[in-house]
Design a protein around this ligand. Structure first.
Ligand SMILES: [Zn+2]
Ligand SMILES: [Zn+2]
Length: 499
């Protein structure tokens, strides 16, 4: 195989030796959206590629639950102003259903991981701190304060503010985690003395999670604590002087640890709307997307694209094209995207037509049977049907939508004599026993030729008489899907030949 044709995940897998730990992570400060999905799917693709290369790996996920709330996001109540600066794990759930703010946004995300067939070990930053996993790394960071500050300033080419510390104590009085300055490090007590903006002075024990490391230090500390060897992360961390650059030097020079193989990835844009962002409201949550599209196709969208490339995601017609591409089932990206659960055998595109014809589940089974799909697994069938209905409601362009008219549409008045003739002949053809979709589709061309009108006009006549519009799903398949008696009666009625 030529180097250029090797899948990017296999390239990563080939380059590493020994037990691997692939780290992913997200801050649960808002709806975890489709853009965030790239992080875990990228990690999972590498995980699978390593496993396929008969090497061993663990896939882990660190939820940054101890990060402070940065601002009152538009989706939060105004009263949440009082929580700005407090760690997400210590703030109440704005919706009142979960144990904390962080848990509220983690929950739907964890559920979606199951649907995406991603199994990972979850760590919560607040627990890692509270359980003492960071104690040694924090002590080292406080002792190496000057070295760390030098590295950050020289690599990022930016001056740190006066009083900067690698460690941010959690103020006992105001509960904020980024407002205090350190007065003194007391290593014997694994503690710092601090003075907070709010006027409080106190002691924070870093072996008990009474504070956290600054992000640029937290990241390399975490590599060593968890033994991380590979890490996908957003491209913005990978810029020159960014947190990966400072992180690698801190990792080597302060913690004596070889930094992980970086896998920077680009954003996912929403077609026509730009970068996805929860705070700006340009977003589709993972949950919402999984309700409207097959999970393996969403995986495929990410895995088929090289991580460094931007993905311009079109959840409308673009999704259908993606489904078709996935259904051809070719190549390494397809293999890495497949999910183990047995899916539905009815193609997504066919289901788009079928659910618009059928009014209930029994009718749906009948419609699918007529077009050659025997459906035994009704659970998978119902799930796919619901998926498609959601897609039609939320993302489908208007021309994909149609409704079979229960009575003769008034628009048939516009049909020409030629068009009526075609419908009459088609009604006759529909009585043929052994017809199938392909045959019927060709029959439309044959009949148009016999009658002497353009096939386009013939197709229009079909859609007008059934859907009251001039376009619709692929005719042969569409017609075989409908009840043949209904169609022949309608065509004759439209042709003016009512019996
Ligand atoms: Zn909740
Ligand atoms: Zn305070």
């Amino acid at each position: 195989m030529e180097e250029a044709h090797i899948h990017w995940a296999d390239v990563v897998a080939r380059a590493v030796e020994g037990q691997q730990v692939i780290a992913t992570g997200i801050t649960p400060s808002g709806n975890i959206h489709v853009g965030n999905m790239r992080e875990v799917v990228t990690g999972d693709a590498i995980f699978r590629a390593i496993r396929d290369a008969e090497k061993t790996a663990r896939l882990i996920y660190i939820a940054d639950t101890y990060d402070p709330l940065r601002t009152v996001y538009p989706f939060l109540p105004a009263a949440y102003k009082k929580y700005v600066g407090m760690p997400l794990s210590e703030i109440p759930d704005p919706f009142g259903c979960c144990s904390s703010y962080a848990e509220h946004y983690l929950k739907p995300f964890s559920e979606s991981l199951g649907e995406l067939d991603i199994a990972l070990e979850v760590y919560r930053a607040d627990r890692m701190y509270k359980e003492g996993l960071y104690t040694k790394a924090t002590k080292i960071a406080l002792e190496q304060h000057n070295l760390i500050a030098d590295i950050i300033e020289s690599v990022s080419k930016r001056k740190l503010p006066a009083g900067w510390s690698p460690y941010n104590p959690l103020c006992e009085r105001c509960r904020r985690i980024s407002a205090a300055q350190i007065i003194e490090h007391v290593p014997a007590r694994t503690a710092v003395r601090y003075r907070c903006d709010c006027g409080a002075e106190g002691v924070a024990d870093y072996s008990r999670g009474q504070g956290k490391l600054a992000w640029r230090v937290d990241w390399p500390a975490r590599w060593k604590i968890l033994g991380v060897t590979i890490e996908p992360f957003g491209k913005d961390h990978a810029v020159a002087g960014g947190s990966y650059d400072t992180g690698q030097r801190i990792s080597r020079e302060v913690y004596g640890y070889t930094p992980p193989v970086p896998v920077p990835y680009g954003h996912i844009h929403l077609k026509g709307r730009g970068k996805m962002s929860s705070s700006k409201g340009v977003t589709i949550s993972i949950q919402e997307m999984l309700e409207s599209a097959p999970a393996d196709v969403l995986r495929y969208m990410i895995i088929k694209t090289k991580p460094e490339k931007l993905i311009d995601f079109d959840p409308g017609l673009g999704l259908l094209t993606l489904v078709d591409e996935f259904d051809r089932g070719e190549g390494r990206a397809f293999e890495l995207s497949r999910i183990s659960e047995q899916g539905c055998n009815v193609p997504f595109r066919h289901m788009v037509t079928a659910v618009q014809i059928a009014h209930n589940c029994d009718e749906l089974v009948e419609v699918l049977r007529r077009s050659g799909y025997e459906t035994t697994d009704t659970t998978a069938l119902k799930r796919r049907a619901q998926n498609v209905r959601n897609w039609l409601d939320r993302f489908a362009p208007p021309f994909v939508k149609f409704e079979v008219q229960r009575t003769l549409p008034v628009q048939v008045k516009t049909l020409t004599a030629g068009q009526r003739k075609v419908l009459e002949k088609l009604a006759k053809a529909l009585e043929t026993d052994s017809m199938d979709a392909e045959w019927l589709h060709n029959e439309v061309y044959n009949i148009s030729e016999q009658v002497g009108i353009h096939s386009k006009e013939a197709f229009k006549a079909i859609y007008i008489s059934l859907l009251a519009k001039t376009s619709g799903p692929r005719a042969g398949w569409f017609l075989t899907t409908l009840d043949p008696e209904f169609v022949t009666a309608r065509f004759r009625e439209a042709a003016g030949d009512v019996r």
